[in-house]
Write a protein that binds this ligand. Structure first.
Ligand SMILES: C[S@@+](CC[C@H](N)C(=O)[O-])C[C@H]1O[C@@H](n2cnc3c(N)ncnc32)[C@H](O)[C@@H]1O
Length: 475
């Protein structure tokens, strides 16, 4: 997909409605309309599958999707022992909803049939293919009595969903997936030049916008992966779920465009950095820039796996301990990873969410040293985000917003304690105003009913107050 004309950052380039919306792959049991986790005890009065309440039962996504089929064929939902684990009963829901498009909207179906499914590659993983055959293909053809869809077609639909879907968030804030036929034409780049928002309030309409200025004729890219992951992890995820080996400029550069998000510190010399000798080859050795120290590709994969696991474990600990534990991991890995390393950036990103919000760490509780700490963490994150998610992107907007509050409180506190003169306070507050203004300019592009849109609304109010208080500062 290329630009037909020069485009400036933040311009809308396309909008479209999804061909289908439904649960993600590996979904645990959730409400079939809003994707909220459920206990499985509230069931639809017609088909007896989980929903949250009457409103979710009657919503068209479920009521005009699987519900009449499950009710007619008496396909019962089985309550699993552990409702938090991925549940195979949910695997067929989104494919089944997509198959219904064939008869309901033939023009959309034509578009869907053009989409990449990678069936040839998916087929080579026999165990996976057979599980899909039992849980989805046979479930739909035999249990749902929908045998006008042949086996290959259902496998193809599963592949199309896997390769092309985007994550969507329901109005209630829970994640599902959506298939957008036009948007999916964009190729992937680990530094995208577009961004998108999905509006649950308007039948999950997607709006694709440019995040940076784009010249006529340039290709438009989206990102299929998490931009804060290091190259090895991004490329492995893309290869596993999208069936291609990314060779974008970021992946091809051992220094990740100068961010050093994959670089290790050399343990044998200072200031050596350990970099891949060929990031497009997972097996290639990693070498120190200043001495002979070398690691094999597989050693690097193991190091990454250990650190990823430790970071992941933070999701399962007591929220009161997350700040301490994240700070501990940051200290622990500081001696082996470059300060901008992706894993340290992820830890910093998590800390930024907790400082100012967690119990005992609200803005009223934070001493100056921690206000400064949060502002510094935001600046460090933005140093890499400016490169890997540049321009008008949600992540940049949110990080700028997160930075402005502690920076403002810290300046005001130093003024109160006589550490800042009026003139300096004014300068500091003007800097904060510019940061907040940029955050609002980015986030106001989001749906006002989304969490990010709500930040823009409150940010605009804060901006007015800040302008007023800047005027009252005596210099
Ligand atoms: C969502 S589709 C994109 C549209 C697709 N190119 C098509 O024509 O149908 C994703 C697939 O496109 C291909 N693709 C997208 N970005 C790519 C990239 N940067 N390098 C190589 N292949 C890419 C891969 O085959 C991937 O599985």
């Amino acid at each position: 997909m290329t630009a037909e004309k020069d485009l400036s950052a933040g311009e809308s380039v396309l909008t479209e409605y999804p061909a289908v919306i439904g649960p993600k792959v590996d979904s645990p049991i959730i409400c079939l309309t809003c994707f909220a986790p459920v206990s499985g005890r509230v069931l639809c009065s017609k088909c007896s599958w989980p929903v949250c309440n009457d409103t979710c039962e009657k919503a068209s996504l479920h009521a005009e999707g699987e519900c009449p089929i499950f009710a007619a064929e008496k396909i019962k939902f089985q309550l699993p022992e552990d409702v938090t684990l991925p549940n195979p009963q949910y695997e067929a829901i989104t494919p089944l909803r997509l198959l219904l498009v064939r008869d309901r909207n033939p023009a959309k179906w034509e578009e869907v049939m053009q989409m990449e499914s990678h069936s040839d590659k998916r087929k080579t993983n026999e165990e996976f293919w057979n599980a899909e055959k039992v849980n989805i293909v046979e479930f739909i053809r035999i249990r749902c009595k929908m045998d006008s869809y042949d086996e290959d077609l259902i496998h193809k639909i599963c592949g199309i969903l896997e390769v092309n879907c985007f994550e969507v968030r329901s109005a209630e804030g829970f994640m599902g997936r959506g298939l957008f036929a036009l948007t999916a034409i964009m190729s992937h780049n680990c530094v995208a030049n577009t961004t998108h928002s999905v509006l649950p309030s308007d039948n999950y309409k997607i709006i694709v916008r440019t995040s940076i200025d784009i010249k006529k004729g340039q290709e438009l890219f989206s990102s299929y992966t998490f931009s804060l992951h290091p190259t090895l992890v991004r490329r492995a995820n893309l290869s596993y779920s999208k069936y291609f080996d990314c060779d974008c400029p970021r992946c091809a550069d051992p220094k990740e465009l100068g961010t050093h998000m994959s670089s290790l510190k050399c343990t044998k010399c200072e200031p050596g950095l350990v970099l891949s000798t060929n990031p497009l080859d997972t097996a290639a050795p990693w070498k120190c820039t200043d001495c002979e120290f070398t690691l094999s590709g597989s050693q690097l994969e193991r190091i990454n796996a250990v650190i990823e696991k430790e970071i992941e474990s933070l999701n399962h600990i007591d929220p009161e301990r997350v700040i301490e534990e994240s700070e501990r991991l940051l200290r622990q890995y500081k001696s082996v990873l470059h300060p901008n390393h992706a894993f340290l950036t992820i830890l910093k990103h998590s800390l930024v969410q907790f400082y100012g919000r967690s119990e005992g760490y609200t803005y009223e509780d934070l001493p100056d040293i921690l206000l400064e700490r949060k502002a510094d963490l935001c600046k460090e994150i933005l140093k890499v985000v400016d490169v890997v998610e540049p321009g008008k992107t949600r992540l940049r907007g949110l990080m700028l917003f997160e930075q402005h509050i502690p920076q403002m409180l810290f300046a005001q506190s130093r003024y109160r304690y006589g550490e800042l003169a009026g003139k300096k306070l004014k300068e500091e507050l003007e800097q904060v105003r510019d940061i907040l203004k940029e955050a609002v300019d980015i986030l106001k592009l989001e749906d006002p009913s989304s969490p990010e849109g709500a930040v823009a609304v409150s940010g605009l109010e804060s901006l007015k107050q800040l302008e007023e208080s800047i005027k009252t500062v005596k210099v």
